[in-house]
Design a protein around this ligand. Structure first.
Ligand code: ADP
Ligand code: MG
Length: 711
């Protein structure tokens, strides 16, 4: 008979392994246990206490199936010191067979005291793990691995043990560290990797479990040191590889677009803006791809820096793309850039998911022909249908909103050979493949440890100065009970010619969360402020409607804009001077900071009111209070980011998408700063002195994932 069922089972298992990322032997070897079970000991029932997790070895003396109150298998066992009742609510016939009277079994579970009419006073185990009592007891703790449906612990355990053995046999675990580095800071000698892995998969029963749990055990130290080293190595390799790649040299011409734009700007650049523009322009003039992060607090004026970079690129005859996370922002940037660049003879194309078909086709054609030298858009910019004639500079605004894959896709838009537009005809085959320059912009500064580990491969430019004439934003945290008072104040502000944002967390009534909805609030404010134009903006509105509302607000015709968080990033209406955030306790810290950054962009004194509502129980959570306190206490984006990192930890701070597969599995930047320093110091030495070892080390840890680091 064909073995259909078992082959399905096998492929199900294969899929499960793939899902866990356990493909190569080394993956299996590095799949470390979540926790351990101690099956090395047998406890005598007479010595055991209620509530203890124990393994007993006993003989089945009675078995029955009970139907009341629920069907259950009841097995009474006796280990010679006492009896114990094992109960199973779900069981297979095979189970009752293996627990037949007379069988000798090992059962592991939690002991409970139990009194019943049937069994008298005795101990009970509910659903213990049972096996036949044959063979010697294991010598080491039994590992429990994270797994997925379709892959049982015993199968996984075997696979890991086999993978580990093969990895060891094939030399995959051989030492990659030079001898002078196998001693860690503080003189502790490092475990070798093979010893560390052997131990972590099968620790001896006397291992201090606490040091395994908090990962301070020397075996863990080795793993973390290895991982951090791999990360440092691959970042440095990526940097080197990039240095070896070709990118178009983008030199602004004397009297060209770049200089013209600089001359017509409605304001003088701040010193910080001048400095970062200088850094970027210098990079663009080199024949290797720029990989630069421009960070500057909300409102520090990053857009104009992007515009100047774009101008330098276009000046040299190459196309530039600017990708932003929301349609509203795309629209706003588009208008601003058109305003600056079209009078200078540059065509700008606009691409978003929401754009109409015909308009979109036309825009695509203009991008492909090179007629449109600048393309502004959302994710639509990286769709397959978008073909550039000669993309040389990719700018990503609010880059933290994009994933690694999206950044890669944008760079991939310039996969083939290309030539500047001035060269006339289409690119000639045989020209070297160029990489575009990449400029990422973010208002969320990256704290130092993160920069050291995740962005070692990134150059950073920082705008550390706000444009002149800004008055500080006054931040107030108030209870929802003062809503009426607040609405009255909005009336006064509007009378004085100011504009107001009112941000609500959700658009639809969700009874469970009891959120004020944007629509309700819109109705409420409209009623409370007769004669005032109150607008509504949320993500479910058609693009054209959003655009119309934003135009009304930015032109000053609309005084109050009730909105969901669609305005969170980038929106720039300098006349707006009051920001109200409803249910502020539900927002993240960086989100609040971004929202507050929508005001204080002009000369008018601005204010931000964070309104909170107490939950049922009457108290805000500790972290909600920490967030609101931070907002009230500081306006400095760097300080906010530092506190945000404190509150959330690096994993959440970066977001899984942000860091992609490069996320650390074992090391923790908070606690392993010393190891990180060690890895940073070692990486360049290893690369220079023993490049083959370094390569083996990267391969061991990164495998196919190294690609992600290039984004
Ligand atoms: P962000 O860094 O948050 O993206 P924007 O680029 O939106 O900041 O700039 C915020 C506001 O400051 C805009 O209205 C912009 O026109 C203005 N601005 C930028 N640079 C200057 C400057 N050097 N002097 C005066 N205003 C400036
Ligand atoms: Mg911006």
């Amino acid at each position: 008979m064909p073995k259909k069922p078992s082959s399905t089972a096998a492929s199900q298992e294969e899929r499960a392994f793939a899902k866990l990322g356990l493909v190569r032997d080394i993956d299996l070897a590095l799949h470390l246990p979540l926790r351990y079970e101690d099956e090395t000991r047998i406890t005598r029932l007479a010595d055991a206490r209620e509530g203890e997790l124990v393994q007993i070895e006993a003989t089945v003396v009675e078995q029955s199936i009970q139907y009341q109150p629920r069907k259950q298998l009841i097995v009474k066992v006796d280990d010679g010191t006492q009896t114990c009742t094992l109960r199973f609510f779900n069981f297979y016939p095979s189970q009752s067979k293996s627990l037949a009277v007379g069988k000798r079994v090992r059962a592991r579970g939690e002991l409970r005291g139990h009194v019943s009419a049937w069994a008298g006073s005795s101990l009970t185990m509910l659903h213990p793990v049972c096996r036949a009592a044959s063979g010697a007891l294991p010598q080491s703790l039994t590992p429990v691995y994270s797994t997925v449906a379709g892959l049982s612990q015993p199968v996984l355990r075997h696979a890991v043990a086999d993978g580990l053995a093969r990895a060891r046999r094939d030399g995959l675990l051989d030492e990659t560290l030079p001898p002078e580095f196998t001693r860690l800071i503080g003189s502790m000698p490092l475990y070798s990797l093979t010893t560390a892995l052997g131990f972590l998969h099968h620790p001896s029963p006397d291992a201090a479990l606490a040091t395994l749990e908090d990962r301070s055990h020397p075996a863990w130290q080795r793993l973390k040191a290895e991982e951090l080293l791999a990360q440092q190595l691959s970042q440095q390799v990526a940097r080197r590889e990039r240095a070896g790649l070709q990118a178009p040299v983008l030199l602004p011409r004397p009297g060209g677009l770049y200089e013209q734009l600089a001359a017509v700007l409605p304001f003088a650049l701040t010193g910080a803006q001048q400095r970062v523009v200088g850094e970027i322009v210098q990079d663009l003039a080199l024949p290797r791809p720029m990989h630069r992060l421009l960070q500057g607090d909300v409102g520090s004026g990053k857009t104009v820096v992007a515009a100047l970079a774009a101008a330098a690129c276009i000046d040299a005859g190459w196309q530039c793309a600017l990708m932003v996370p929301t349609e509203i922002l795309a629209e706003q940037h588009f208008r601003k850039l058109v305003g600056w660049l079209e009078p200078l003879g540059v065509q700008v194309a606009w691409l978003t998911g929401g754009a109409k078909n015909k308009a979109k086709r036309e825009a695509l054609a203009r991008v492909a022909s090179g007629e449109a030298m600048l393309v502004v858009g959302t994710h639509a910019v990286i769709q397959d249908s978008v073909v550039f004639r000669n993309l040389a500079l990719a700018i990503i605004d609010e880059q933290h909103r994009f994933g690694v894959a999206q950044r890669l896709a944008l760079r991939g838009k310039m996969a083939g050979p290309a030539a500047p537009a001035e060269a006339g005809a289409l690119p000639e085959p045989g020209l070297p493949a160029y990489e575009p320059h990449l400029l990422m912009m973010s208002a969320t500064p990256i704290p130092r440890t993160l920069a050291m580990s995740y962005y070692a491969d990134l150059d950073v430019s920082t705008i550390d100065e706000l444009p002149p004439g800004r008055s500080p934003i006054v931040t107030r945290v108030i209870a929802n009970s003062r809503r009426d008072e607040l609405i009255a104040r909005i009336g006064d502000q509007v009378d004085a010619g100011r504009q107001v944002y009112w941000v609500c967390p959700l658009i639809e009534e969700s009874e469970a969360l009891d959120l004020a909805t944007a629509t309700d609030t819109h109705a409420e404010l409209s009623a409370a402020l007769p004669g005032v134009q109150v607008g509504l903006l949320h993500s479910r509105m058609p693009a054209a409607e959003k655009k119309a509302v934003m135009e009304h607000f930015s032109s000053g015709r609309m005084a109050v804009l009730v909105s969901t968080t669609v305005i969170e990033v980038g929106v720039d209406v300098p006349n707006a001077s009051l920001m109200v955030v409803e249910h502020a306790e539900r927002f993240g810290l960086s989100q609040l900071h971004q929202l507050r950054g929508r005001v204080g962009r002009g000369a008018a004194a601005s204010a931000c009111v964070l309104m909170y509502a107490l939950p049922e129980g009457g108290r805000l959570s500790e972290s909600a209070r920490a967030r609101l306190r931070a907002m009230a206490e500081t306006q400095d984006g760097f300080e906010i980011a530092r506190r945000d990192l404190d509150i959330r930890g690096p994993g959440e701070f970066l977001g899984a998408r942000q860091s992609g597969a490069a996320m650390l599995r074992f090391a923790d930047l908070e606690t392993d700063g010393e190891l990180l320093e060690w890895a940073r110091e070692l990486a360049p030495r290893l690369l220079a002195g023993q490049p083959a070892q370094a390569e083996r080390h990267i391969e061991r840890w990164m495998g196919g994932k190294a690609e992600f680091l290039k984004a």
